[in-house]
Design a protein around this ligand. Sequence first.
Ligand code: BES
Ligand code: ZN
Length: 617
Amino acid sequence: MASVLDPCSFSSFTKCVTKHLNLSYNVDFERHVLKAKVALTVEALEDHFSSLTLDTRDLKIFNVTANGQEAKFAMGPKHSFMGTPLEITLPFDLSRGQHVIVELSYETAPTASALQWLTPEQTAGKTHPYLFSQCQANHCRSMVPCQDSPSVKHTYYAQVSVPKELVAVMSAVRDGQEPDPQDSSRIIYRFRQPVPMPSYLIAIVVGALESREIGPRSRVWSEKEYVDKAAFEFSETETMLKTAEDLAGPYVWGQYDILVLPPSFPYGGMENPCLTFATPTLLAGDRSLSNVIAHEISHSWTGNLVTNKTWEHFWLNEGHTVYLERMIGRSMESEQFRQFKAMGGWKDLQESVNTFGANNPLTNLVPSLHEVDPDDAFSSVPYEKGFALLYHLEELMGGPEVFMGFVKSYIQLFAYSSVTTEEWKNYLFTYFKDKVDILNKVDWNAWMHTPGMPPVKPQYDTTLADACIALCQRWVNAKEGDLGGFKESDVKTLSSHQLIEFLSLLLQEEPLPLSHVKKMQEVYDLNSFMNAEIRFRWLRLCVKSKWEDAVAMALKMATDQGRMKFTRPLFREVYNFDKYSEEAVRVFKAHRAAMHPVTAGLVAKALKVDSTQTTSF
Ligand code: BES
Ligand code: ZN
């Protein structure tokens, strides 16, 4: 049974909470396992406390002690996505407020859902293996037995033994290194995270990493092949951090580094504390995709300091973060730019609602996740419905400055804790106590608990979008005879943001006739664009119009990189092109073993291939 408070966790956090976690890992690249020990400092929240339940997933538990004494333990039945509860019986009772150190020795499975083990051939350098983790939403339990719920926050300390040619980094402050006293071919890296954080922010990477300084508190890390490109792409990091601090208050995590992962990293960015993870598809060469960094930086306040209590309140993390990300864009660029991005977000929301279906409860801002895998629920909805609500409130309450006052105060009040939507809303009413009459007119039920598009559509300024809208309409309305009127110069004056918007608008329309996309290639040569956001939309557009030449390019992009935002829709689009459904399935099966476990599972579902099969080793 899932716990009462968190539908995605078995852990007994009403009875006890973890305060600190002391991890030691030995990274075994031969067997694809982490040989591990963890000591959890657990505080009892009730008297007569003598047993606790931890979340695990595919872990082999060898031994459990409590304050050094042997403790009995048993594994419960395995749940499809929640994993297996681990019941521990302490050899003594604790009173409320007392602490116990529970130490477990264990090993991860080669198929651990948080981890991807890459062979040397899958890396840029081709010589060394590579390991990375992705714990959000509920995969930490496959690398640490823990209370894997965002309602619990703890500090952590870790030591990681790796082959000495490799470097380990974690979502924490680097705390030195030393030769492994047990094995002269290995080296131990140490880390400490003194700020309490939820388990989903634990992260580790081991590989042939190098780094370069990009600011007073920032370095970029990656294989050496990417370091210079990354240093250029992310050179605005310190300006973004300062802008975010002006908006949201001091940055409390000390270091802000960025790690560029291999192409199979499933997300655009991941806000691991002290060390944002980023996909190499951000390396556009012109800093045009740096909003992802603004987004991950913003999570340092909304998400990492103030955390959603369960994944049902995920919009509190992502909606506020998109709001802050766009406020950074407003400061560094312009208000018009913010409005332009907000409009693009509304379209992303529309697309998610269309994909899920307008009656699907997963399009609620606050969905029920009872027996729902958070990975299946993931979409633009919490991001963009969340943003749309905050923007709507901003307009009602008196504009961006006034509303930022609330957001900053919400962050201060709830820093270091985890919150529910109700707590957020209560504070909104408290902060704007003079405007309660206006707040009472908001249709809260429609915004939060009703599927489909929001009840109010904001009117965004269209200055930067007008050129995109006009060009899109020209293509949509063009007859065969009009095609000669399109010129290379149509797109030369568009920024890459506008080109992305133009293609997004076209994707919302009925598929263009094949003659049109062929002409578009002839005049704009979009096949030659390597900016991933542009290429992704362009290839989808071509496949939608049933251009056979684009199929191979679409499948190549779907497998050359593994960012789920691109890979899944590209596979889906080819799959929906009847003639090539089987080709999509064939290519997927050929690449499956090399894919990230979560991406492989979700693409399998999309292509109706058996999704229970795990990646091979
Ligand atoms: N925290 C998310 C990524 C995530 C969410 C991973 C849920 C696993 C489960 C991250 O901050 C994010 O939102 N990334 C976006 C960036 C974009 C919205 C600017 C991405 O990956 O594209
Ligand atoms: Zn985010």
